[in-house]
Write a protein that binds this ligand. Sequence first.
Ligand code: SF4
Length: 226
Amino acid sequence: MLMSSSRKEPSIGSLSAKQVTAIYQALAAAIQPKPELEYGSALDLLVAVVLSAQCTDKAVNKVTAQLWQNVRTPRDYLALGQEGLEHAIRSIGLYRNKAKSILGLCAKLIEDFHGEVPNTREELMKLPGVGRKTASVVLNVWFRQPVIAVDTHIFRVAHRLGLSNAPTADEVSSDLENITPAKYKLDAHHYLLLHGRYTCQARIPKCDQCVLARLCPSRKIFSAEK
Ligand code: SF4
């Protein structure tokens, strides 16, 4: 996935280990690293993450609360079928493609993984509709592995802070996994995601309220725009 920013970003990639640690220290002091998607099993989480592409967690939670009253296993999804699943998730953007992916991954789980969600990136990425980001969220949130999924918020925050200047989400993910101190790696995804969602927002970041303002090379860009 290629992402881009219309603003000129600061020179990137020159942060010291001390600066990177200071960024995570400040985030950890300010943010509770909790997922906002609801889930009760690895399959729930996988389905919720597929549904959340280009959609808010709140909208996904509304749909899954209803869906999961009767649909709990890969076989339940397959029994619902394309039409039934489309109907159940119709309020979500791209619901036809998402229903197709969910049914494809449920069939594959039964066929190759005894109906269980696998716990390696390689296996997860063999499931239809599951890319590196989705696999990383499941590995991090459910299996508690120290990997860092990169969505549009994290991509933006990583660039603004100078944590990575890579042009794709997958490369930013690799950069973050390389430079994030072990102590913060398990929760780094949520620190950066929630910081991007609520403070370092895309159009108008809240630099005046930001706990990273002192450390951020982009602050002067946004101050100059006021
Ligand atoms: S100072 Fe502004 S640009 Fe930098 S991380 Fe904070 S909100 Fe984002």
